[in-house]
Design a protein around this ligand. Structure first.
Ligand code: NAD
Ligand code: ZN
Length: 350
C-alpha cells in the first residue's frame, strides 16, 4: 500500500491508498463510528481488518440533519460506557458528515484522542477526510462549531465507492474539478481527457491521487486557513448561498458548488482574470458529469445578503476567490454592490 504524508505544526500523518491491508493495529481500545447506511454496508467488512484489545461500535443516524451535538453526545456516551481512555482511538467510517462529527468528538473527548478517517464517499476521500477540519451544524448555520483536529491516519479505498449513488459520485467530482481549477492546470487538462467513473478504476485512482496531493500541499502550507487554504473555497461563497436559498438538502453540496463555480466564473470574466472560453470549458466539464451548472436565483436581494454569511467574510467585505486563468486563483474583495448585482442578474432568468 502506498501513501502520502501530511505534515502540520501539530502532527504528521499518512494518507494510505488501496485496500485496508495489512490490518489496522491499535494498542488501546477502538470505537468505530458509522451511520445506519454505511454501517449496514461495510461494518462486517471493516471489523475483521482491525486488531485492538477491544472494539466497540456506535451507529449514528444518516444525514446532514444529524450533524449535531446530539450525535456527538451519543458518541461520547458510548466512549465513556466502554471506558475508553486517552490511549484509545475513534474510527470514522462514512462520508464527510460522519468524519466531521467523529473528528470533533475525538477532539473533545478527554481533551483530545486519536481518530482515524476511513472515508466512504468520493467527496470525503478527496476533501473532507483530509486536513483536520471537524465540526457540527447548529441553528445558526453549517459547520459553525468545531475545531482543527488532525486524524492519526486516513485510508482511501475506492472499493467503498461501488455502492455510492451516481449523484453522490458526481458531487465528489465537482470538488475534484474545483481543486484542478484552483491549483493545477495540467490536472485540469488530464480531467478534460479522462472521464471518471467507477468502471475506470485506474483513472479514478489517478484522479484521487491528483486531488489529494493538491489538498496535501495546501494543508501542509496553511493548516488553519490563514491564507492559501481559503482558495479551496472557490465556488463555495455562491454555493452556500444556493444551498440556503434552495433549502438545505435540495441540492447536494457538490452540486451547489458546481453552480457556485459557474457563478463566480462570471464575476472572474467581468474582472478580466478568466476568459469566456476558459469559463465555458469549466462549465462543459461539470456538465459532462450531469452536474447542474445554472442556478436560477429566486430573490436577488436576499441572495446578495446570503453571500455575507460565509465564514470568509471579513469587515463586511466579501473576499471572492477568482480563477486567474485555469490553475491559479486570486483573492479579491473590491467588487462594488452594482458589479455583484449585475452578475446576479445573469442568473435571475431561467
Ligand atoms: N472537514 C472538511 O474539510 C470538509 C470538507 C468538505 C465537506 N465537508 C463536510 O462533508 C459533508 C458532506 O460529505 P458527503 O458528501 O460525504 O456526505 P454524507 O456524509 O452525508 O454522505 C452522503 C450519503 O452517502 C451515504 N454513503 C456514504 N458512503 C456510502 C457508500 N460507500 N455507499 C453508499 N452510500 C454511502 C451516506 O450515508 C449519506 O447518505 C458536509 O457535512 C460538509 O460540511 C467537510
Ligand atoms: Zn465543498
Amino acid at each position: 500500500m502506498d501513501s502520502i504524508h501530511i505534515t502540520t505544526p501539530h502532527r504528521s500523518y499518512p494518507i494510505h491508498f488501496g485496500a485496508l491491508t495489512p490490518k489496522l493495529q491499535f494498542k488501546g481500545k477502538v470505537l468505530v463510528v458509522s451511520n445506519s447506511c454505511v454501517g449496514a454496508l461495510y461494518l462486517d467488512f471493516l471489523l475483521p481488518k482491525i486488531s485492538a484489545p477491544e472494539i466497540c461500535i456506535c451507529i449514528i443516524e444518516d444525514g446532514e440533519h444529524y450533524k449535531t451535538f446530539e450525535s456527538v453526545q451519543r458518541i461520547l456516551e458510548t466512549a465513556f460506557l466502554h471506558r475508553l481512555d486517552r490511549k484509545s482511538t475513534m474510527i470514522a467510517l462514512g462520508g464527510g458528515v460522519v468524519g466531521d462529527i467523529v473528528g470533533f468528538a475525538a477532539g473533545i473527548f478527554m481533551r483530545g484522542i486519536d481518530f482515524v478517517q476511513i472515508p466512504t464517499t468520493l467527496l470525503a476521500q478527496v476533501d473532507a477526510s483530509i486536513g483536520g477540519k471537524t465540526g457540527i451544524n447548529n441553528v445558526f448555520g453549517k459547520n459553525l462549531v468545531g475545531l482543527f483536529h488532525q486524524p492519526a491516519s486516513v485510508h482511501i479505498d475506492p472499493f467503498f465507492l461501488r455502492t455510492l449513488p451516481a449523484r453522490e459520485f458526481a458531487a465528489g467530482v465537482a470538488e475534484i474539478i474545483k481543486m484542478a481549477v484552483t491549483f493545477d492546470a495540467p490536472f485540469f487538462e488530464w480531467l478534460w481527457e479522462h472521464h471518471l467513473s467507477l468502471e475506470t478504476q485506474d483513472s479514478l485512482l489517478t484522479a484521487l491521487r491528483g486531488a489529494i496531493s493538491i489538498k496535501q500541499r495546501v494543508v501542509c502550507q496553511d493548516e488553519k486557513e490563514q491564507g492559501l487554504r481559503a482558495a479551496l473555497n472557490y465556488g463555495h461563497t455562491f454555493g452556500h448561498a444556493i444551498e440556503k436559498e434552495s433549502g438545505y438538502g435540495h441540492y447536494l453540496h457538490g452540486e451547489a458548488v458546481s453552480m457556485g463555480m459557474v457563478m463566480v466564473n462570471a464575476l472572474a470574466c467581468k474582472h478580466g482574470c478568466l476568459t469566456t472560453s476558459e469559463a465555458e470549458r469549466i462549465c462543459t466539464l461539470l456538465q459532462s458529469y450531469n452536474l447542474p451548472t445554472h442556478y436560477k436565483i429566486l430573490n436577488k436581494q436576499q441572495f446578495y445578503h446570503s453571500l455575507f454569511l460565509d465564514k470568509k467574510t471579513a469587515n463586511n467585505k466579501i473576499k471572492f476567490i477568482l480563477p486567474d486563468s485555469i490553475g491559479n486563483v486570486l483573492f479579491y474583495d473590491k467588487f462594488t454592490y452594482e458589479e455583484i448585482m449585475n452578475v446576479l442578474e445573469q442568473f435571475c432568468d431561467s
